[in-house]
Unconditional design. Sequence first.
Length: 153
Amino acid sequence: MKQLQKLLNQIESHIPHHEKANEQVSQSTIGWQLDHSLLVINGVIEQLKNSNPDHYKWKFKWIRTYIQITNKIPRGKVRAPKLVRPIETATIDELKSKLELARKNISDLDSLNKNNYFTHPFFGDLNLKTTIWFLKLHTKHHLKIVNDIINKG
């Protein structure tokens, strides 16, 4: 969980730049990238908490295996599901509130069963360990975009 907490610290450090954008990197602002990352973290962990570990079923998914091997999400290939797509630009206070909820949710992961799961639209059911891998990968993906917006702007 320490790696996820470190990623949240990085998100927090970028909040002051939430309005910055660079269309050569992304159509979205830094605030959108941070908001989306926090919506994913909080939404996924809520699904984990509410899942029944007895219903977890592993299935082979070639796309999940490919992403696990490369440990990289290709840019611009997939649109975020509506549930985790920010509608408006979040304020600094809204981002901080979502960040604090994410910190709490991440600390709750230790109390979950190893077969609590969330269902990813492409990867299928991900148990606790695989979900933590996904959350780290997804958050790093969006932090790279944030860094590119800052460095190429």
